[in-house]
Design a protein around this ligand. Structure first.
Ligand code: ZN
Length: 146
C-alpha cells in the first residue's frame, strides 16, 4: 500500500509532519522509507497513544524531528539505536509557547504509555517515543540539562 503524505495518522497529525529536514536529498530518502506499512503503523501508535492526547490537552505542537533514516540520524548526531529510526519517536515543542515543563509533568501524571520521555529545558523540546515489538519495553522519563 502506498500512503499519501497527507495521510491522516490521527485527527491532527499527517504523515508529512514526520519528515523533518531542509535537505532535498534527505527529504527524498525519508519519503521513500517512511512509506512502509510497519513504519506508518508505528507512527499511528505514536500519534494515537501520545501526540494526539498531548495535542488535545495543550493545543498545537510542532514536530521538529520525526522519522530518521540511518544516514540522517548519523548526520545529526542521533543515538545509533534511536527510536526515531523505527518511526516510533518525535521531538516537539509548543506552538503557543506552552510551558514544556507542565507538558512533561502532565504526560507522567496521565501515565501516557511512553517508552522514553526526555525533556530538554535549554533546547526547549521534548523527545517522546512509544514501545514497539522491535525493542524491549521501557517506561523512562528524565530531564536532560544540555
Ligand atoms: Zn528525539
Amino acid at each position: 500500500m502506498k500512503f499519501d503524505l497527507n495521510y491522516k495518522l490521527t485527527q491532527n497529525f499527517t504523515l508529512s509532519e514526520f519528515i523533518c529536514t531542509s535537505s532535498p536529498s534527505f527529504k527524498k530518502s525519508l519519503i521513500d522509507q517512511i512509506n512502509n506499512s510497519e513504519r506508518v503503523l508505528c507512527l499511528k501508535m505514536l500519534c494515537t497513544c501520545l501526540l494526539q492526547p498531548i495535542r488535545d490537552q495543550f493545543g498545537r505542537i510542532k514536530i521538529s524531528s520525526g522519522f530518521r533514516t540511518a544516514h540522517l540520524n548519523f548526520q545529526i548526531g542521533g543515538h545509533p539505536n534511536s527510536d526515531h529510526l523505527n518511526a516510533a519517536a518525535a521531538d516537539f515543542f509548543g506552538m503557543k509557547g506552552n510551558d514544556l515543563q507542565d507538558t512533561y509533568k502532565w504526560i507522567q501524571e496521565k501515565k501516557l504509555p511512553y517508552r522514553n520521555l526526555i525533556y530538554y529545558p535549554k533546547r526547549r523540546f521534548i523527545h517522546i517515543s512509544i514501545n514497539t515489538p522491535y525493542k524491549e519495553d521501557k517506561n523512562i522519563a528524565f530531564i536532560k540539562e544540555d
